[in-house]
Structure formats: structure tokens, C-alpha cells
Ligand binder design. Structure first.
Ligand SMILES: Cc1ncc(COP(=O)(O)O)c(C=O)c1O
Length: 309
């Protein structure tokens, strides 16, 4: 069963409202995109941040937290994770689905970037493994949320919330907030989805993004000082960079701003201050000499911060 929402964040927010109450604990992967952190903060939920390495969470930590019932619901993304860019392996996704079933631990799967795994990467969401291997009547809910914001454009504000369980409580939540979602963009999108154009666009976009990310990653490795670390990006449009010698990302952010260069400081990806030495760079614009020059400036600014220590 599915309802159309105003983007993915509304679908996730409605799910959080339905599956937890103010003051209860909601778990997320960290670093985590800031929109979700703000939404959880506004909803008055306690936020439990589960640290992720460049290839995903530590599964034994996740299992222990589920076994201890340390949270009411877990929000997670398996594909082209924003900001780390990992894709969880099929084995890990199967394991998470199985653990959720074993511990009756509800999941909210945010699949906003689900179409943006690079070619050859696994791209089925966790929910697809749950539906195959569990008895629906006994299983904990997995609420599957997504949108066309990343694959097409944020401006459509067309997303969805899907569940194998009862959708009525989610419809009531949606009605109480803003009744329904605007129909004209849905009609236009439906036509496009039935054409061959959408699939062709996604296939092209995956290749384009991978090339842009490679250009950006190589430029960072060329121009940033030794000790800078990058993860391997498997999907999406972001590169996550760990600065050398635990430099503060806010210092680089401020210095970059003075040169008209925009980056996302690690501060905004964790309420618990777990990402202060990292930055996120975006590859959502075509690679160009101007962008290379900006990376050169960032590298020099980083060197300057190291020297000023
Ligand atoms: C992981 C993730 N989920 C959801 C969203 C929000 O999606 P939408 O614009 O469809 O609400 C974002 C936006 O940056 C995101 O990064």
C-alpha cells in the first residue's frame, strides 16, 4: 500500500510520527543528512547516532542495540548513502532485514537516492529482502520512503510512503498535516515514467555522476595535503573528506566562504559532534576548470590551517 507525499522527508517524518512518540529514541546512521536531524529535533525525539565507517555500520553494534531495544525505530538508507556514498552489500541488507524481523524492530528505509547507485552496484532496497523472507503477519514493519527529488528534481515534491502493513494510520497523519499532495506534478510524472525516457535518463545519470565523482575525488587527492582521507563512493553525488590531523571543518568552511566556495561542514551531519573533522563536497555540477581551481584553493586553505597550528 502506498501514499504519495510531498517528497521523501515528509514520508520519513510521517513514519516517525506514527512509529514513535515525543521523548522516545529514534536511531539513525551517522553522519546523517541535516534535514533529517532537524526534523527529528523538531519532533522532540531523542536521537541515537549509530556511527558508520565508509562502507556502512558495524553490524555487531547494530545487532546489540536492536537486542537491547535501545531505540523505538531505526531510520536508514542502503543505497548511495548521503553523505558517505556507500552502498550496503546484499548480505548486509539481508542481515538487517533478518535482524529487524528477529527483534521485531521497526525500520524506516529512506531510499531517496535509490536510483543513484553506480552501474554494476547492488541497488535493491532492504525492504525487498524482508518481503521475500519473512511472514508479513509476524514481521516488524519496514516503511519504505522515497521520492523523485534526487533522480529528477527536488522541485516536483513527489515522494511516497509504502508498507506491507496497514496504511490507514499514515493516511490519517497525512490528512492532519496537509490533506494530500498536489496532483498536476504527479500526472506529469506518471506520463514520463510510462515512457522509455525515465529509464534512459537514470542510466545516463548514473554514469555521469560516477564520472563527476571520480574527477572530484582525484582532484582532492591531488591538491589536499597528505593525511586527507576519502572513502570509495559507490553512488550519489557527494564526496566525504576527512581532514588531516583532525582539523576543524568549521575553520575550513569559514575560510572557503571568504573565497566564494561553498562546502558542507561536518558539524551539520551530527547532533553529537561526531563529524567535526570532515567535510562534504558536492559533485552535482559538471566538472570544469573552475571547479578544479576551487579544489586547489581548498587544498591551499587546508595547508594554511595545518601550518597555523
Ligand atoms: C537521504 C535523504 N533523504 C531525504 C531527503 C529529502 O528528500 P525530498 O526532497 O524528496 O524530501 C534528502 C535530501 O537531501 C536526503 O539527502
Amino acid at each position: 500500500q502506498i501514499i504519495i507525499t510531498n517528497g521523501c522527508l515528509e514520508a520519513v517524518t510521517l513514519s516517525v510520527m506514527e512509529l514513535s512518540a515525543p521523548g522516545e529514541t529514534v536511531a539513525i546512521f551517522t553522519p546523517c543528512y541535516s534535514g533529517l536531524l532537524l526534523s527529528l529535533h523538531n519532533l522532540g525525539r531523542n536521537i541515537l547516532e549509530i556511527p558508520c565507517a565508509s562502507d556502512g555500520p558495524d553490524m555487531s553494534v547494530l545487532e546489540n542495540l536492536m537486542a537491547e531495544q535501545a531505540f523505538k525505530v531505526l531510520i536508514l538508507s542502503a543505497i548511495a548513502y548521503n553523505p558517505l556514498g556507500f552502498n550496503l552489500s546484499v548480505e548486509v541488507k539481508q542481515r538487517i532485514a533478518a535482524l529487524a524481523h528477529q527483534y521485531q524492530s521497526p525500520l524506516i528505509e529512506d531510499d531517496a537516492y535509490g536510483e543513484l547507485a553506480y552501474h554494476g552496484q547492488p541497488n535493491s532496497p532492504i525492504v525487498s529482502y524482508a518481503s521475500r523472507q519473512t511472514d508479513q503477519k509476524k514481521s516488524a514493519p519496514i516503511i519504505y520512503c522515497g521520492s523523485f527529488s534526487k533522480a529528477l528534481t527536488t522541485g516536483f515534491r513527489v515522494g511516497w510512503l509504502a508498507t506491507h502493513g496497514n496504511i490507514s494510520p499514515f493516511i490519517k497523519r497525512k490528512l492532519s498535516i496537509n490533506l494530500t499532495s498536489s496532483q498536476p506534478p504527479q500526472v506529469g510524472l506518471a506520463d514520463y515514467l510510462y515512457s522509455e525516457g525515465y529509464r534512459a535518463h537514470i542510466n545516463r545519470l548514473r554514469g555521469v555522476l560516477e564520472r563527476e565523482i571520480n574527477c572530484l575525488s582525484e582532484a582532492v587527492l591531488r591538491h589536499f595535503p597528505t593525511g586527507t582521507q576519502l572513502g570509495q563512493v559507490r553512488g550519489g553525488m557527494f564526496v566525504w573528506v576527512k581532514l588531516p590531523e583532525n582539523l576543524e571543518s568549521m575553520d575550513l568552511y569559514q575560510a572557503a566562504l571568504a573565497h566564494n566556495i561553498s562546502l558542507s561542514p561536518g558539524e551539520v551531519f551530527s547532533m553529537a559532534g561526531m563529524a567535526t573533522h570532515c567535510i562534504r563536497l558536492s559533485a552535482s555540477h559538471p566538472w570544469s576548470d573552475e571547479r578544479e581551481a576551487a579544489v586547489v584553493v581548498l587544498g591551499k586553505l587546508t595547508e594554511g590551517l595545518l601550518r597555523a597550528r
